[in-house]
Design a protein around this ligand. Sequence first.
Ligand code: PLP
Length: 221
Amino acid sequence: MNHNVLNLVKIQEEIQLKLIESNNTIIAPEIIAVSKTISMKEILPVINHGHKHFGENKIQEAVEKWENIKQDFDHICLHMIGKLQKNKAKYVVKLFDYLHSLDNLKLAEKLSSEEKKQKKKLKIFIQINFENESQKSGITLDEVDNFYKKCTNDLNLNIIGFMCIPPQDGNNELYFKEMKNLLNKYKLKELSMGMSSDYLEAIKYQSTFVRIGTKIFGKRN
Ligand SMILES: *Cc1c(COP(=O)(O)O)cnc(C)c1O
């Protein structure tokens, strides 16, 4: 078996074990294979294995790698997980199925008008910023209510849940718990949280999409 596929299968088995241990109180998450910076030659075995969800963080790179492949393999769902400039919104609507990084109103407005133009809707996560630091992307907890209402009521975006990259302060579980509370408050279904180092913690708090790169494809350059 190809080494990347083997890595993926090991992660799936590990998660399966956690589900059983939890008496099925944990829901099986989807695994997004984060393939940013990885060449299509390395990704193809994972595609041919039948894996469905892939994540990228740069538009240009994603278009070059995925535009043709996606037509050949129509089971593939593409996830934009990186910071998105609003002038690239049209490419995201065209190529991707999910956007995890909605973090400001101008982008939301642009996405809304692109979706109308292209007659296509993305499944969208609002990115949460726990640190309240201006250099970090995301909506702070006190802004969520207002932002969510604008996105859904005024702009007609399909908001399916919340995404976070927790601060690196060792309190991940605290943030994951906060995310779960947020999800329940808005009666939404999807949480995008957990990366190579913390996905087993994330699924304890109802993460439905874990974003795993390094642990599948190895270290990036
Ligand atoms: C790169 C990236 C990941 C994957 O990180 P790994 O630690 O390699 O699993 C997940 N989420 C986002 C937003 C990323 O940019």
